[in-house]
Design a protein around this ligand. Structure first.
Ligand SMILES: Nc1ncnc2c1ncn2[C@@H]1O[C@H](COP(=O)(O)OP(=O)(O)OP(=O)(O)O)[C@@H](O)[C@H]1O
Ligand SMILES: [Zn+2]
Length: 489
């Protein structure tokens, strides 16, 4: 059966046929690393992680590229503010932080959130600042082809000429005349107020470190241009799927497409956009201030439960966070886990604390699951198929039909893996728990020695043990029920 995806550009669901048989090139827009990730960002990454996993499940070799926008107005503004006299530090923004330090710090926060929630790392994760040369080449091509020009007011900017590209507006089905101007520069320097910046001339207020030489004067790249240049470098001038959040369709994706197609590239064959995570109906967004971070959710639920919540809706629909959302997701995950644990125990004699590994590569998803996923990644229907299999398995276990139960268990494992809900994402947590347990045994032995030394009034020995532990970052506190230890914060 063929896979069908909704293509935002053509506004229809159509058969997916890769440009090169057996291979898929996927680019999706990553974060502008100007602040802490919120769960909306992670939902976008989970949606494209599920897409990747499904394409791989169907036998495709997928090259995934997700960029890091590490130079941008907002990053520079946040950094500049941190040097201001009335700046007040908080848990997210530190005083006197250079733009690149701030960007890299948040890039790592994003990476850690993705890792924790089972978003597999992309094949390539290019940073905008590492691709200035490619951006210059693209601007050059656009100027040569008559689609870009240096600012008329000598600001050092370079603009894309929207009137020179008749298909401008075709991604979002808009008529140029109905569009608003691009607010990125003084319209007096532009041929048309809708023209947008490919290159931004250096301003006296910009830090020297955020400025690169160019044929049009020193400056830095415009946001839209970054993605066009990076896609081409890693996936070529024609590739299969371009993704990102629905909020990026205009202007970002419209402009990316215009730049690349005006340069003569075929660009993306499919455009796929994930819906927004909302809170009380409003887009979760840094600028609105209604964000919930992955860390906050992980205080309330395990990574798999958070992943289930963020991945359960159809990727194109809006996902509203409600206080009871995580409890509902938790109950669903527990139903799945309860069945798998029972099946492992009854059929394979594996107990909850046994160490075991199971070869899953020949396990297959059910037909209902497969056709749901092939139909534009219909995850809600696929999850219904998964839970139906859990019910069938539980019924079989109750009736003592271990063969049917085993088949259901294998299918459930294959389906949870396909959705990235397998428990591998908790292995990080398990490894920490194992290390913690090992440390506990070692420290307890030291503390027992220390107690014996104290009982024998051998103070030198008792102090020496305390010093050894302190040097290892372990703080010992004596209490009525004996010594307690903790790691120094
Ligand atoms: N609330 C949300 N729900 C789903 N996806 C989102 C949400 N907010 C951002 N995204 C997506 O996350 C990816 C990275 O986004 P980017 O860094 O550009 O964030 P942003 O839209 O500027 O976020 P914010 O509005 O909070 O500043 C993009 O694909 C974007 O569409
Ligand atoms: Zn982009």
């Amino acid at each position: 059966m063929s896979i069908r995806f909704y293509d935002t550009k053509q506004a229809i669901t159509r058969d997916f046929v890769p440009l090169i048989e057996g291979k898929v090139g996927l680019y999706y827009c990553g974060a502008t690393v100007q602040g802490m990730p919120h769960v909306g960002h992670v939902r976008s990454a989970i949606a494209f992680d599920i897409l990747t996993r499904w394409l791989e499940n169907r036998g495709y070799e997928v090259t995934v590229v997700r960029n890091v926008t590490d130079i941008d107005d907002k990053i520079l503004e946040k950094s500049a503010a941190s040097f201001g006299e009335d700046f007040e530090e908080d848990e997210d923004y530190f005083a006197n932080e250079a733009w690149f330090a701030l960007a890299y710090r948040f890039e790592q926060e994003f990476a850690s959130a993705y890792d924790t929630l089972g978003v597999r790392r992309p094949t390539y994760e290019p940073r905008a600042t590492g691709h200035i040369t490619e951006m210059h080449q693209l601007i050059n091509t656009l100027i040569e082809r008559g689609h870009a020009y240096p600012a008329l007011d000598g600001s050092g900017d370079v603009y894309f000429d929207v009137r020179s590209f008749p298909a401008y507006g075709s991604l979002t089905h808009q008529n140029v005349d109905d569009m608003q101007g691009a607010p990125d520069a003084d319209p007096r320097g532009k041929r048309d107020p809708r023209d947008f910046a490919l290159w931004k001339g250096h301003k006296d207020t910009d830090p020297e470190t955020a400025s690169w030489p160019s044929p049009w004067g020193a400056g830095r790249p415009g946001w839209h241009l970054e993605c066009s240049a990076m896609v081409t470098k890693y996936l070529g001038t024609a590739f299969d799927i371009h993704g990102g959040g629905l909020d990026l369709r205009f202007p970002h994706h419209e402009n990316e497409m215009a730049q690349s197609m005006a340069a003569g590239h075929d660009f993306a064959n499919f455009w796929m956009h994930n819906g927004m995570v909302t809170y009380q109906g409003e887009k979760m967004s840094k600028s609105i201030g209604n964000t919930i971070s992955p860390a906050e959710m992980l205080e309330l639920a395990t990574p798999r439960v958070v992943r289930y919540f963020l991945g359960q809706a159809h990727y194109r629909s809006q996902l509203d966070y409600r206080p009871e959302s995580l409890a509902e997701a938790g109950a669903a995950v527990e139903r799945i886990d309860g069945f798998v644990a029972n099946a492992l125990a009854r059929i394979h004699g594996v107990g909850p604390n046994d160490d075991f590994s199971i070869d899953m590569h020949h396990f297959e998803v059910t037909e209902a699951f497969e056709s749901a996923m092939n139909d534009d990644l219909n995850v809600p229907q696929a999850l219904a198929a998964l839970h139906e299999t859990v019910r069938r398995g539980n019924t079989a276990l109750a009736a003592g039909d271990l063969e049917t139960a085993d088949e259901a268990m294998q299918q459930v494992m294959a389906m949870t893996y396909a959705l990235g809900l397998d428990d591998t994402i908790e292995q990080g947590g398990a490894a920490n728990a194992a290390q913690g347990a090992a440390l506990d045994v070692l420290v307890a032995a030291q503390l027992a020695d220390r107690a014996a030394a104290r009982a024998a009034k051998d103070w030198a020995r008792s102090d020496a043990i305390r010093d050894t532990l302190a040097a290892a970052g372990i703080v010992v506190e004596d209490s009525a029920d004996g010594a307690r230890w903790s790691l120094k914060a």
